[in-house]
Structures are given as structure tokens and as C-alpha cells.
Design a protein around this ligand. Structure first.
Ligand code: GLP
Length: 262
């Protein structure tokens, strides 16, 4: 895992966007795995800017989102479908047929999940997966004790996640759907590279457990220690509980120029 600590979430997001943009330029038919939540918003904003001001071309790009709430129709203001179209897709030149988001209203959830996995395979696999992290260490909606071998499936959210996400539902955790469809940890681990973002002190404990704790399913994100190409972009606040933060900074400062954007 490579840990990149920057002063602010803005600087961090712009750096992360540069990596995504580089892939989009080098592989115009790349497959991106995308995340929702407040964390990737600035990354998406920068990708929109790169498209609108610098002509970054998404016309050949395919995307797969990590997750969706079960029971929210696409046009619900808190569905991840709405989130993605509002914050990214409507502002770039991606083709709607190349966008994939799990269907929270699927009549047959196991079938929809199997088809989602198949679609990822048929697209050639995910080249780069954007990830946030839950305060309990979840990735996608793979809550603590999720199997590291899991594939796209239904999950039940923890009470902590319902509480964390209540801010999107008028601060009322009883309105947050209890179930979701999420890519599995196995699905996420198959991505060619992982780009995780985490900001703020609320994420500091989860980040420290993920990076420096044991690999254990109680901290789902800790499996990223086994991914050969995982980059973790965090701000200073999210780095406060890392015991080896100075080492990560030293490594980054000493990187040869040719390695900086790799
Ligand atoms: C949700 C999403 C995750 C996201 C997490 C953190 O539970 N399913 O993909 O990483 O929340 O959200 P935020 O970025 O708003 O802190």
C-alpha cells in the first residue's frame, strides 16, 4: 500500500484526479470502478473540470459503481444512481450505455448481482477502482466480517453505517434503507489498481486499522494490504492515528520523478 498524505482534501483529490485522468488518456476504453459518498465529490469535480476545460474524453470509458441501496428507485434523490448522474455523468461525455450501477429495485436480487459480475467480466475487468472508507472500515457496503472472497450480493448495513448516512436522509437513520447491493471484496480486489480517498478525523481510526492493523474481516478495508497496487490518498486529519505517518511522508518526498504519477 502506498500512503500519500497531503494537507487538504482539495490537494489530495486533485492529485487523485490526475491519476484517473492519466489512465483515461492512456487507455481510452478503460473501465473505472466508482464510489459514492461525500469523499469522492472533489475528485469528480476535478474530473469534470478536466473534461470541460482540457477536453478529457470519457466517450470510450465504461464505469461500474460499487453499490446501491435496495428499495430506492433510480430517481430517488438519495439513490446512488442520482448521485452519480448529478455529480459526474451528466457533466462529462460518457455514454449512458457504458454506465453501470447496481439496480436497487431489481425483482430478483441474486440474478441482478450475478449479471453485474458478468458485465464486469465482459467489460474486461476494472482497471482502476475508486474507494472511500466507512468509519467502521467498510469498503463499498462490505460491512465488518464480510468475506474477503465475496462477490456482488445483498448486504445488511450496520447500525453505525445507518447513523453515518442519516445525514443524507434528513438526519433520520430510520429512513436509511437497511439493505444494499454491493460489489464484494473479491470483486474489488480483482481491480487492476485501487485508489482510496479518506478525509477528516472521523476516518483516522479506520485508516490506521486498515494500513497498520492486522488483515482481518472485522476491518474489511485491511484486505487492501494484499493488493499489489493500492494507493491511499488522505489528508492530515485522516492520518492522525497512523504510527508510521512520518515514514509514508518520507517515502513520498523521496520518490524519483518518474514514479510520481505512476
Ligand atoms: C457509504 C458508501 C461507501 C463510502 C462510505 C463513506 O457507505 N457505500 O462507498 O466509502 O459511505 O462515505 P463518506 O465518503 O460520505 O464518508
Amino acid at each position: 500500500m502506498e500512503i500519500i498524505i497531503k494537507e487538504t482534501s482539495e490537494t489530495t483529490s486533485v492529485m487523485a484526479a490526475r491519476l484517473v485522468a492519466r489512465l483515461v488518456r492512456e487507455k481510452p476504453n478503460a473501465v473505472l470502478g466508482l464510489a459514492t459518498g461525500s469523499t469522492p465529490l472533489m475528485l469528480y469535480k476535478e474530473l469534470v473540470r478536466l473534461h470541460q476545460e482540457e477536453g478529457l474524453d470519457f466517450s470510450g470509458i465504461t464505469t461500474f459503481n460499487l453499490d446501491e441501496y435496495i428499495g430506492l428507485p433510480r430517481d430517488h434523490e438519495q439513490s446512488y444512481y442520482t448521485f452519480m448522474w448529478k455529480n459526474l455523468f451528466s457533466q462529462i461525455n460518457i455514454l449512458p450505455e457504458n454506465v453501470h450501477i447496481p439496480d436497487g429495485m431489481a425483482a430478483d436480487v441474486p440474478l441482478a448481482c450475478a449479471e453485474y459480475e458478468q458485465a464486469i467480466l465482459e467489460a474486461g475487468g476494472i482497471d482502476l477502482q475508486v474507494l472511500g472508507i466507512g468509519s467502521d472500515g467498510h469498503v463499498g457496503f462490505n460491512e465488518p466480517t464480510s468475506s474477503f472472497a465475496s462477490r456482488t450480493r445483498i448486504k445488511t448495513l450496520t447500525r453505525q453505517t445507518l447513523k453515518d448516512n442519516a445525514r443524507f436522509f434528513n438526519d433520520d437513520d430510520s429512513r436509511v434503507p437497511h439493505h444494499c447491493i454491493t460489489m464484494g471484496i473479491g470483486t474489488i480486489m480483482d481491480a487492476g489498481c485501487i485508489l482510496m480517498l479518506a478525509f477528516g478525523e472521523k476516518k483516522a481510526e479506520a485508516i490506521a486499522s486498515m494500513v497498520e492493523g492486522p488483515v482481518a474481516s472485522v476491518v474489511p478495508a485491511s484486505i487492501l494490504q494484499h493488493h499489489a497496487r493500492a494507493k491511499v490518498f488522505i489528508d492530515e486529519a485522516a492520518a492522525t492515528q497512523l504510527k508510521r505517518a512520518d515514514y509514508y511522508r518520507w517515502v513520498y518526498e523521496g520518490k524519483p520523478d518518474w514514479q510520481l504519477d505512476a
